[in-house]
Design a protein around this ligand. Sequence first.
Ligand code: S3P
Length: 184
Amino acid sequence: MLTPRNIILTGFMGTGKSTIGRLLARQLRFDHVDTDQAIEAVHGSIHEIFAELGEQGFRRLEREVVATLSGLTRTVVSTGGGTLLDRANLEALAPGASIFCLVATVDDILMRLSRAASHTTRPLLRSDDPRSRIEELLAERAPVYSLFNQIVTTGMTPSGVAQLIAVKAAMAAQHSGTSSNTEP
Ligand code: S3P
């Protein structure tokens, strides 16, 4: 099956980028990189980074880490929800890649985030009114998120979404003629 050089997953917090990225990589026999985990491996927890350096400091470290990923091949990259809002990050990751934006309803995002340890990994959502905060951030980010292929995850299993992305990525690679890989 044809595949793009890399597959990049973006989308709001709680839409499943990390889980789906891991499954997709396994299915395609690609490597998997999670930018939040890569940042944490070097700089400590996201929670602490935000507490010590604020969002701006986090974005600086995020940009530094993403810059180191620009030469990857056969890799699925699960980005943080804000990563591709930074043009430098998009330019580092986009060449030869298919980019998919995972989409979920606000109810679904709220439900998933209440299950996860969001207070430590999602400082941006710390609020008395998380629903309004999510709606506000989604509206702010819509112009960028809407640039990418939209993949609705609400009502689907993570493996179903991974399979759907694998098919769409193969179709995109075939159409663009820029694919570099066949299965090993
Ligand atoms: C962020 C999303 C988080 C993490 C950080 C900022 C964002 O990653 O990078 O808290 O700006 O949307 P997830 O999308 O994996 O939760």
